[in-house]
Design a protein around this ligand. Sequence first.
Ligand code: GDP
Length: 463
Amino acid sequence: MMARRVSFLYPTGDTIVAQATASGRAAVAMVRLSGPGVGTLLRGAVVPWRGESVRRLWLAEYRAEGEGVLDQVVAVYFKAPRSYTGEDVAELTCHGSPVIVDRLIRDCVARGARLAEPGEFTFRAFLNGKMDLCQAEAVRELVESQTWGQAIGAQRALRGSLKGRLEAVREKVVDVLVELESRIEFANEDLPVVEACELSVALEQVERELGGWIESYEKARLIREGVRVVLAGRPNVGKSSLFNRLLDEERAIVTSVPGTTRDCLREWVDFGGIRVCLIDTAGVRSTWEDVERLGVERAEREIEEADLVLFILDASLPAGSEDERGWRLIEDRPHVVVVNKIDKGWEEGQPPWVCELRDRAVKVSARTGEGIEKLKEIVSGLAVPGGPQEVESPAVTSLRQSVCVEHALDAVRTGRVGLRGGVSEEYVAEVLRGALSALGELVGETTSDEILRGIFSKFCIGK
Ligand code: GDP
């Protein structure tokens, strides 16, 4: 891979040092150094220094300047460019006492190293072409992964699963661009020209591929971040009771006075391997009571952001205008109609819109627990059809990456529509150059320092 252009984000060319293992007491700790000065710097400290036998572990003493032996260390030395960062790298494993680690790092600094910034090792790896930006992001995802699924996804991304697919897409766009540019250049000559139709077919393929990346990112998002499920319905239909039932605990306060849940409560639960964030909203109804109105606004916002809304009706009472208002708010969103309190029997005097919903509603009783398991199954099935194992590993794994792909997709689409509509070749070529630049940004070739800072500053120190 090509090394990236020089960045002014962090100073390069000096030698950095940091503890790579977690801080605190442990059996061992590892201190990592990277930069052109590593060999010279450690020659006097690590005794014996065996820098010539690269990639081999050796046992040595670490001798601090003016202090004598600090600790026994296991050292390993990687010579540039065959190291994590692409520079000379040493890793010293010492006993895991914070005092020793602190002294050892201070001594490295006294000998000319600088304390590394968060993510600076990975940043250097990226600068030196050891990995692209997507892989650098995968390193962080892997370190931070909390579920096995997240770890697997990050490992795939780290192995560079995007690279090949990206190159194929770029090639197609470049081919079209080359054709357009030669038409522009040789406009007056009689060269065989590839039909506009053929070019737009190639762009259509690119659109399909990029569209697929965005779609798979969206699907995987539900696994990665969990599914937001909002319980909505007028006060007293039993939202809080249902919330507790679904959580198997008494989390929300349940009373028979309408409007007691004035804020939104949220809890994470596991429905069949899917992480679900359950959100209990304040009743959706118009009210002039200030505190409650705030709660209602919040509820409406939650509903707008939800992946799925459980719209709850009371089986034992005829639905009123508040229920209907709530229904109109959510009917066009992904939802499940839940009829609660079936232990109290079905009220026959329901308005027609409720009668229409009755057949497809899930009937439950928060009081007795009837229908609750079925409701859980329906929620997880709707959120992630087929369960977590069915979700293919996405090509792009972060919002940043997905936004770059969206920009590229927009540009390619604009280009194709332009070609079909007969707009000037110069214009289409310009638009397609924009698509290539968005794809370059995706892997970090043309990414601004500001964005890079945003990415690398989220790393832990020592990575
Ligand atoms: P919310 O205002 O929608 O959150 O409703 P709550 O959960 O506070 O419940 C309102 C009232 O309905 C309380 O007195 C609950 O005990 C009662 N309730 C909730 N679910 C059921 C149910 O399935 N059956 C019966 N019989 N009562 C219920």
